[in-house]
Design a protein around this ligand. Sequence first.
Ligand code: ABN
Length: 171
Amino acid sequence: MQALDKLLENASRQLARRTSRRGVLGMLGQLLVGAALVPLLPIDRSGRAHAASPQAAAQDPTRCEYWKYCAIDGYLCSCCGGSSHACPPGTAPSPVTWVGTCHNPADRRDYIVSYNDCCGKTSCGDCECNRNEREKPMYRPSRNNDLNWCMANAESNYHCTVSVILDVAQK
Ligand code: ABN
């Protein structure tokens, strides 16, 4: 223990010999000024601005907020190797679908959209999206999105959902 005390004493004395009080105060001053300037440094906030923009999200097919997905319930095929309107390779669209009417803010028109399930592979699991605008109860199946429409296919595994524009909605 004495040896450790001696070692520490020597190290402290050497440090004291090499540093002046003025030098230590100078260093502390520099640290304080540096810390005070950190909040003034420029920070790239463009990512946050993009994430916060509902207009950008409404035109991005990989986002649940995309305008065409207003009545969807499922995994977005655009995140699963397909696109917003095309099933991924190795899957087939369900011929039976449910339909919704979505407003496109870009041209201010309403569109009739068919939501087809893509079948033949296990659940994609990415980009789950559950929006239910104007959805009707299950006893009106063509307006209900909570059904596995792959049940009508030879391969009834559900993988993901696409949204296909059928027509412009009449006023
Ligand atoms: N139509 C999408 C879906 C598939 C399976 C179960 C519920 C909903």
